[in-house]
Design a binder for this molecule. Structure first.
Ligand code: PMV
Length: 322
């Protein structure tokens, strides 16, 4: 969805949602993961306004905190004291776990940088957004922020130590939403408690996940989907060992495999949200039907999409009241 606001004093920016392909949880402990940006986006319409107070219209309460913090960080960093009006809207619901908070944060920094003519590199947008995310959520690797910022498909290491986008094209993925909203920080804490008690055992799991991620990167580049599917299956088994999957996710995954998917796994923190299946075109409908039969909802997305972008170039963005 590309469009232009009718009022040209407003600027419009968007950032994509994401899907974790492999490496969740291990990435929190310094191992790499693979993430892809999807073609469902969060949009921010922004303008400068008169008056002392910012106006934030964000339909999802959770997201308004991210926008508020982004504005505060930006104003502090660039010594800006003008008020802004920011309105968010999106192609997807914040319930499904596609990373609406990260996308809205990244889009907010991009919008503010355009509005106040302050150049920010993608790395600066990543760093600022990651700080905002940590200030609110306290935990997280930043993989979702990397996807929202850089787009494409990315090999990512904690905190943005490595952010390598590489060419893979659109991966043939089916995404199934379990109907349950995952509590990511809670699941990260669950794994960290297990790490405290059974450190060595959990570390071994992370090391295995690390190897899967490295191999998967090669498979993705060479479009070796058969092997990539097997790697995803192994990754899911390891996530089950971490006890972050659910019966519903397992059922959806098993059904997808029985219907002929090359591989399937949960995607993200677990405890709900989405599963993904790697599927050939001829099996796609069957796999989708099998996931639906288990009560899953198919989320139609393409992946490997563009990162944060300005949708509309505004010539006169100063002092408009709205
Ligand atoms: O639940 P999601 O889609 O935000 O994914 C969380 C992935 C973790 O590795 C568990 C946490 C993180 O920030 O990397």
């Amino acid at each position: 969805m590309r469009f232009q606001p009718k009022d040209k004093s407003k600027i419009l920016v968007s950032a994509p949602g994401k899907i974790m392909i492999l490496g969740e949880h291990a990435v929190v402990y310094g191992y790499p993961c693979l993430v892809t940006a999807v073609d469902k986006r969060i949009y921010i319409e922004a303008s400068k306004i008169k008056g002392k107070k910012d106006i934030i219209i964000a339909p999802q309460v959770k997201e308004s905190r991210f926008v508020e913090e982004s504005i505060n960080f930006f104003k502090e960093r660039f010594k800006v004291n003008k008020s802004v009006r920011i309105k968010t809207f999106g192609d997807f619901s914040h319930r499904v776990g596609l990373g609406s908070s990260s996308a809205v944060t990244v889009a907010a920094f991009k919008a503010l940088s355009v509005l106040f003519d302050k150049k920010l590199t993608l790395k600066e947008i990543f760093d600022l957004s990651y700080q905002v995310s940590l200030s609110i959520q306290k935990v997280g690797s930043g993989f979702d922020i990397a996807a929202a910022t850089y787009g494409k498909t990315t090999y990512f290491v904690f905190g943005g130590k490595v952010i390598n986008s590489f060419e893979v094209g659109n991966l043939p993925l089916v995404v199934g939403y379990s109907g349950i909203k995952a509590d990511t920080p809670k699941l990260i804490k669950k794994v960290s408690r297990a790490y405290l008690v059974k450190g060595e055992q959990i570390k071994e799991i992370f090391k295995e996940i690390n190897q899967l991620v490295e191999r998967a990167k090669t498979c993705m580049s060479s479009k070796n989907y058969k092997e990539l599917g097997l790697l995803m299956n192994k990754n899911h088994q390891l996530l089950k060992e971490l006890k972050v999957s659910t019966v519903k996710l397992d059922d959806m995954i098993e059904a997808a495999l029985k219907a002929g998917a090359w591989g399937a796994k949960l995607s993200g923190a677990g405890g709900g949200d989405c599963m993904i299946a790697l599927v050939s075109e001829d099996k796609k409908r069957l796999v989708e039907a099998a996931i639906k039969k288990q009560g899953g909802e198919i989320i139609n997305v393409n992946n490997n999409s563009e990162g944060v972008r300005q949708e509309y170039v505004n010539e006169s963005n100063s002092d408009s009241t709205s």
